[in-house]
Design a protein around this ligand. Structure first.
Ligand code: 4AD
Ligand code: MG
Length: 452
């Protein structure tokens, strides 16, 4: 019977057929060799003994090369010494697709230099097959699943926002322009302008999709194409917006701790050929996540944050945005993520509602992650007064003509509303303890990288 390795526990004592790839091979004698088999659902060791499989089968298995694909018949045995708890006594081996000896990602032996990041990224299409990368992709998938579960449980409707847009949402300096039948269009920086009208139709909505920024920054937190989840809620308040962000993250953290902690262990497993320059161990990541689950997040105003920065040796002018050193200096004092709310209007986008307590500030927040992963979330209450919004569009040197439909949101039954944008890759980095953002998206796009 054909089975997946993930289902092998139910097959102990039975003969099965697996289809997959040879991840590694070790021959211990002329009569005995071991295959590490991988089928996408798991890995298992196949024990190939001449006296069990016969000469022709043994020769075929002995000729197997790294990453060739194959069909393997065998008897499933429980084995406490095996990492998965099971082993396969191989009784048949058939090659499906050969893999020449020049497979680029050869495992590195003792004393051999590890593959460099650039080399691995150039072979991203093959790098994805390795244990750490598979675990990261699974964690990304589970994270999206839990996020969707959270918003579904709270009665939100998913609204897909367009990728091709005529408007700038987050400033004109990071727009990717494309020729749209002779007129300029831009790849979406954010779906916010579209979920704002949608929340007047469906009250609680979110979009989730790729976002594009022509970011000149070459850091471990920036991509030019990343995925953003953006909830938008009619009649939202500043406190309600923060509460939603914190509840969402606590929900995802709890689900990951309950269901996916094994993936975090796999990500940080030092065996295998992976490039790994993480600063944290799996244990440190789990302890950090437990704190985020159990303790209230820190809430600072922008002005309070400036005080912390001064004390921690990274002073900032009032009105300036944080850079990476400021984010690190700010969270040094805290064990859980830190909200920085009520920023000076001049540091933020055109659409943010002034703070009624002091109009030099706007009702907004950035959520800064612990352990150096930077800004996870940017959110705000949106201006709902049409005249003020027109003035702000003007002040930000945006063309009012492009925003007529957006102004309709304020013309017809305007209400206070607000939401936020969560960067999926930043979240997966923080959940998994993955130092560099390029590992948490299947095919990363950065200034220098457009392929594979
Ligand atoms: O703070 P940002 O720019 O906010 C917005 O785009 C709002 N329109 C969202 C909203 O209110 N609906 O981006 C939100 C988040 C950041 O906190 C960060 O997590 C992520 O998106 N992000 C990036 N992630 C990877 N690479 C980049 N270049 C990113 N730029 C933003
Ligand atoms: Mg931001």
């Amino acid at each position: 019977m054909e089975v997946l390795i993930s289902e092998i526990a139910e097959q102990v004592g039975r003969s099965v057929t697996l289809k997959g790839w040879v991840h590694n091979k070790r021959q211990s004698s002329k009569k005995l060799l071991f295959l590490q088999l991988r089928d996408g659902s798991g890995t298992i060791q196949g024990v190939v003994a001449l006296n069990e499989i016969g000469e022709a089968g043994f020769d075929a298995a002995a000729a197997a090369t790294l990453e060739c694909s194959c069909e393997v018949d065998g008897l499933v045995r429980a084995d406490n010494r095996a990492p998965s708890g099971f082993e396969l006594t191989v009784t048949g081996f058939r090659l499906v697709g050969p893999s020449p000896d020049d497979y680029p990602l050869q495992p590195r032996g003792k004393g051999e230099e590890a593959h460099g990041a650039d080399f691995l990224l150039n072979h991203r299409h093959l790098w994805l097959r390795t244990p750490r990368q598979r675990a990261i992709m699974r964690l990304r998938d589970r994270t999206v699943f839990h996020l969707r579960g959270f918003f579904d449980s709270r009665g939100f409707t998913l609204i897909d926002s367009p990728i091709l847009t005529a408007n700038a949402c987050e400033g004109t300096s990071t727009l990717f322009e494309v020729d749209y039948f002779g007129r300029p269009a831009y790849l979406s920086q954010s779906g916010q302008l579209y979920v704002e009208p949608a929340c007047q139709a469906l009250r609680k909505v979110y979009c989730f999709g790729p976002s594009f920024r022509a970011e000149k920054s070459f850091t471990r937190k920036h991509l030019t194409e990343f995925w953003m989840l953006e909830p938008e809620v009619a009649f939202q308040t500043q406190d309600g917006n923060l509460e939603l962000q914190e509840a969402m993250l606590k929900y995802v953290v709890e689900k990951v701790l309950d269901n996916d902690a094994g993936l975090i262990a796999d990500i940080h497993d030092k065996r295998g050929l992976d490039f790994a320059a993480d600063e944290e161990s799996a244990e440190e990541v789990l302890a950090r996540l437990e704190r985020a689950r159990d303790e209230a997040f820190v809430r600072l105003t922008y002005d309070e944050a400036l005080e912390v920065l001064k004390k921690n040796g990274e002073p900032l002018e009032w009105g300036d945005d944080f850079g990476a050193p400021h984010e690190s200096a700010l969270v040094r004092d805290f064990d859980v993520p830190v909200f920085v709310e009520r920023w000076p209007a001049q540091a933020k986008a055109f659409y943010m509602e002034p703070d009624p307590a002091d109009e030099r500030y706007v009702l907004c927040d950035d959520l800064i992650a612990t352990a150096g992963y930077g800004e996870l979330i940017g959110g705000s209450i949106r201006i709902h007064d049409i005249e003020l919004l027109k003035r702000r569009i003007d002040e930000h040197k945006l063309d009012l003509a492009d925003f007529q439909w957006y102004l309709d949101v304020r013309r017809y039954g305007s209400v206070p509303h607000g939401g936020f944008g969560l960067g999926l890759e930043r979240l997966v980095q923080w959940l998994g303890g993955v130092r560099h953002i390029r590992e948490v998206i299947p095919f990363p796009r950065t200034i220098k990288r457009l392929d594979p």
